[in-house]
Design a binder for this molecule. Sequence first.
Ligand SMILES: O=C(O)CCC(=O)C(=O)O
Ligand SMILES: [Fe+2]
Length: 305
Amino acid sequence: MIADLDMEKLKSRDSREMARLARAVTEVGFLTVSNTALDAERVAGTIAAYRAFFRLPDARKAAVDMARTGSNRGWGRPGSEQVDPQANPDFKQVFDCGYELPADHPLQARGLSVYAPNLWPEDLPDFGDTIRAYYCDALAVAMDLLRAISLALGEAETAFDAAFDPPMALLRGNYYPPRPDWAGEKDFGIAAHTDYGCLTLLAADGTPGLEVRMPDGEWAPVTAGPGRFVINFGEMLELWSGGRIKATEHRVIGGPEERISVPLFFNPAHDANVATPGATGEIRAGDHLTRRFRETYVHLQHGAG
Ligand SMILES: O=C(O)CCC(=O)C(=O)O
Ligand SMILES: [Fe+2]
């Protein structure tokens, strides 16, 4: 069972809801949450903005094709990402954007690709503003959830705060066309994978498609529409929590209808150490994320960037 939680109850630290949160995080690694600061209308508007982008002709989207850059900002065509080396590259398209460092930020001088400048399509004049505003509010929801999780697991509420300044958070629009008729058993909307970072806050249009690997090994569908978010955890948070928080596998095979999902990958700052407390040696969050990006984005796979 995937727990469905209420953000207002979590914010008031309702003890029953906090206990459900602790169980969801440590047992299944997936949950859904509603009643957040991002209401259904806001999410629907954001999904509509991505839909308008994905409907542009490929020749227009090509103006912001990430494949021409050494980073992951802008459009990723079908086949631009291979999250499972045993499967073919995914047939989804994506649009990725990330954290915009202030010009005078000390990290600016290091030219880190995880803080690369965003690319916005000129064809859709409001797109950048809509997505930027959503990004900003989604960061706050993700941080609130992480604080609740920290407390639910018996740690200080603010234990993670400093490590997320500035976050390498990536906001993605995923566009899944109807499953193509040429697709075989190695073809997926997105193949089975675990997310790389800490917490993923995923909005979707309500069309089924996402499947989660449950503790018994079976794949279970999870469907959420605007107003309800799917929450799961990535490899860094599993490490950082010494394995208490589960980074759970998930996938989208794809069905007869197109589908849009919008995950915010809430990743910590580049220099945060995500090694298990007490472990010898550090694992820098930026190194882990950069390695995983190089493994999975096809245009970064062969040493480019
Ligand atoms: O579309 C979905 O529901 C899942 C997307 C996903 O797993 C990802 O983008 O990492
Ligand atoms: Fe994922």
